[in-house]
Design a protein around this ligand. Structure first.
Ligand SMILES: *Cc1c(COP(=O)(O)O)cnc(C)c1O
Length: 429
């Protein structure tokens, strides 16, 4: 499979090259040249298959033979060694829990998959890469954990000092080995700016291969399509018309769901559930795309004013607004509405959600006002990752799961930096 740049000013390239580069040379996002639907028998017998089999069959066309089948099978098995349960909320609503991985964030799957692909490309020790990421919290932990111990891959994570939760900081700073945490005296945007400067620094990029590990990278983005197949496997005998409500920030997760739909997965509708960062909701109402500055909310992993994967969503719908409008509903919610939803889920349905899942639940309810379907809202993080908000709203303490408990006593190891020069010196040493 070849990948092309959505800016269409860079040569088509291989999976390996697209993964190692992250972005195409013309700064466009990579996109697969074709998406071939799976055999109908795949969906007819899906409940008889293991998650690893489903995932392997679904992603094979994008990666084999560049990564041989046997290796890809192992990568998929190792990536998916935890559960993806669908939990019933009421007659018309369920939730797909994507937080049972090592850092309890849905980004675990993409990070683990991408790490193993890079590890394979470096099997002969000639393709050492440095993964550079800025994090406002969740991405860093998932990437650190996913890449831990992968040969030939060094991971450098920049996080804003004092601006991430204790749990998140521990997940970033206690691993050691090939993972280094840089504690930046500044805010998330400063971390992000330093990373951007590094990617544009010719002196640096001539000496080392730098790549990113956010959802612009196809190896982190594509494996997210598995989730929707796993949900279908669990629900298909019970419900016919399934819709997905997905709390969205950079729109990578929802876009991967749409790839699953292209593979033949029956999906009645995708619902983008947003917080106050409503660039896409506005676009769907006006057909006029205007990126905005992000505003801070309690569902902060979705505080994105210019979602980078939206261009992939448009491409999947032939850049046709009507086609997109028929497949995508979108809603936006304030923090107060989100808190009320958290409380309702707890009091009425006895379910403890996190703020992102709560936004997804609101999207599901809104869609059901005018449509008949079974809506699955996606729970993207375990509630303890947003402990302050959740405990405050439901007025109950939430027990820490073992994955989180395990890191809390470990010693923090981070290098404090204040400027881009310090980052550069660190990378070159
Ligand atoms: C990253 C993240 C999101 C948003 O996912 P996108 O793919 O960027 O839309 C939602 N919830 C949580 C908890 C996240 O970490």
């Amino acid at each position: 499979m070849k990948y092309y740049s959505l800016n269409r000013k860079a040569p088509n390239t291989s999976f390996a090259d697209a993964v190692v580069r992250g972005l195409a040379p013309d700064k466009g996002l990579y996109f697969p040249e074709s998406i071939t639907p799976l055999d109908t028998s795949f969906f007819e017998t899906i409940e008889d298959k293991s998650n690893a089999e489903i995932a392997f069959e679904a992603i094979k066309q994008f990666i084999v033979p560049e990564i041989p089948e046997v290796v890809l099978r192992t990568i998929v098995e190792e990536t998916l060694n935890f559960d993806f349960p669908v939990v019933n909320i009421n007659k018309n609503i369920s939730t797909l829990e994507l937080f049972h991985g090592p850092t309890m964030a849905f980004k675990d799957v993409g990070a683990r998959f991408m790490a193993r692909c890079l590890g394979y490309f470096n099997t002969d020790n000639t393709n050492e890469v440095t993964v550079l990421v800025a994090t406002s919290g969740d991405t860093g932990g998932a990437v650190a954990n996913g890449f831990l111990g992968v040969k030939g891959v060094n991971v450098v994570i920049l996080y804003p000092s004092g601006k991430v939760s204790d749990i998140q900081e521990k997940q970033l700073t206690t691993l050691g080995q090939n993972i280094t945490a840089l504690e930046v005296d500044g805010v998330f945007d400063d971390c992000q700016d330093m990373v951007k400067s590094a990617f544009m620094d010719k002196e640096l990029t001539s000496k080392m291969q730098l790549t990113s590990a956010n959802s612009i990278n196809i190896a982190r983005w594509l494996p997210q399509l598995f989730y929707y197949l796993f949900a279908y496997k669990q629900l298909k005998s019970k419900h016919k018309d399934i819709a997905f409500s997905i709390p969205s920030g950079n729109f990578g997760n929802i876009c991967a769901g749409m790839v699953a739909q292209k593979l033949g997965l029956p999906v009645q509708q995708f619902i983008a559930a947003n917080n106050a960062n409503d660039t896409v909701v506005s676009y769907m109402n006006t057909e006029c795309y205007e990126p905005k500055r992000s505003v801070q909310t309690i569902s902060n992993a979705m505080d994105v004013g210019n979602p980078s994967n939206f261009i992939r969503i448009q491409e999947l719908h032939d850049n046709n607004f009507k086609t997109l409008k028929a497949n995508l509903s979108s809603f936006s919610y304030s923090d107060d509405e989100t808190k009320a939803a958290l409380l309702e889920l707890y009091k009425v349905h006895n379910y403890i959600a996190d703020p992102h899942g709560a936004v997804g639940y609101l999207g599901a309810k809104a869609y059901l006002q005018n449509n008949d379907a079974h809506v699955v809202f996606v729970e993207t993080a375990h509630p303890t990752k947003f402990l302050d908000v959740v405990e405050d709203v439901i007025e109950t303490t939430v027990a820490l799961p073992p994955q989180i408990e395990a890191v809390m006593d470990k010693e923090k190891l981070a290098i404090a930096i204040e400027s881009y020069e310090e980052l550069k010196r660190f990378l070159l040493q």
